[in-house]
Ligand binder design. Structure first.
Ligand SMILES: [Zn+2]
Ligand SMILES: [Zn+2]
Length: 341
């Protein structure tokens, strides 16, 4: 089978043997795979501490082709499924530890991520699969990480008692994560302030249902004028976006960090006096659980969330897609739709 791998830090398309199935494994014939900003960070070596040899891709839709022992309790051959949960937690979780029991399997000591969906066939733990309704197309593959990450972040607003109707900012609102967050937060009933750069991106954000759109350059002053937002979702891969999200908060507001800027961008800065004065709550939100994925699929099936596909490509064109993503040549997400070339 053909598959994309990072070999000594270089992207390669290789011919590899079909994976062998273990207990509760399913073999998926991939029909589409989303390109996440994380994949670009991995290929460019942006994140310190990651291996330079690894499979690539962690969002996908496909058909169950074969089952290992015990997997038939969760899916059947021929089922069309979405697989993902990001790079953390989609491959395995123990189900019995403190973190698993409270719905945070990504912190489980036995957790395994999903990596390797840029591949004709992919082996995955059947418990993490979610079946798809027939009317949800293959272009929705990026729901698996991008959509789920945005969904998990919006759900945390409720956990922190920020109720529908309140003003929340989405920083990077036209991006791969942000465009989902705008739709999901609007579907939940929040008053969404979408922040991005440039006329074209802002009108795209408006079309997604944002109540207000602001250019990044005016966002802090505009937010101060109406007293600040209750929460900021920094759906952004640049540290400047994180700073902006913090600056837009009202006193006692919630800052939700999503995405990971390159290590070379340095640290998030917070002046202790400002911390005292403004008293923000700072949390991180990474992907979500398989239950979140089921809820998101329902929301997408109801037409409330849709992936904006700005680019499609074959497996062989993956390197070009990374170049295009890096230079912002498309909005929304890219999807690999053909794995045979
Ligand atoms: Zn566990
Ligand atoms: Zn991702």
């Amino acid at each position: 089978m053909k598959a994309a791998r990072l070999e000594n830090g270089v992207l390669q398309i290789k011919e590899l043997p079909t994976p062998k199935l273990d207990y509760e494994d399913a073999l998926i014939r991939m029909t589409s795979a989303g390109v996440c900003h994380s994949d670009l960070h991995i290929v460019r070596g942006d994140w310190a501490g990651l291996p330079s040899n690894m499979p690539l891709g962690h969002e996908g839709i496909g058909i169950v082709e074969a089952l290992g022992p015990g997997a038939d309790r969760y899916v059947a051959v021929g089922d069309r499924v979405i697989l993902g949960l990001g790079g953390t937690g989609g491959g395995f979780w123990c189900g019995a530890c403190e973190y698993c029991m409270r719905g945070e399997p990504r912190h489980c000591a036995q957790t395994k991520g999903i990596m390797g969906t840029f591949s004709q066939e992919f082996r995955v733990w059947a418990k993490s699969l979610v079946k798809l309704p027939a009317d949800l197309g293959d272009e929705e593959a990026p729901l698996a990480c991008g959509g789920l990450t945005a969904y998990g972040a919006v759900k945390k607003l409720l956990k922190h008692q920020i109720l529908p109707g309140r003003a929340i900012a989405v920083i990077g609102a036209a991006g791969g994560l942000g465009h989902y967050a705008v739709q999901i937060a609007s579907a939940f009933g929040y008053n969404v302030v979408g922040v991005d750069v440039g006329e074209e991106r802002l009108s795209f954000v408006k079309s997604l249902g944002a109540h207000t759109v602001l250019g990044a350059e005016d966002a802090v002053a505009a937010a101060q004028e109406f007293g600040g937002v209750d929460a900021s979702l920094a759906e952004n891969t640049r540290l400047a976006g994180f700073d902006l999200g913090l600056q837009m908060l009202r006193r006692g507001g919630l800052f939700v960090a999503v995405g990971i800027p390159a290590s070379s961008e340095g640290n998030l800065q917070l002046n202790p006096w400002e911390f005292f004065r403004r008293d923000p709550t700072l949390i991180y939100s990474a992907v979500g659980t398989v239950q979140d994925m089921r809820e998101l699929v329902d929301l997408a099936a109801a037409g409330r969330v849709k992936t904006h596909v700005g680019r499609t490509a074959t497996l062989a064109e993956l390197g070009d897609v990374f170049d295009d993503l890096e230079s912002g040549r498309y909005v929304g997400r890219a999807v690999i739709t053909d794995f045979n070339v």
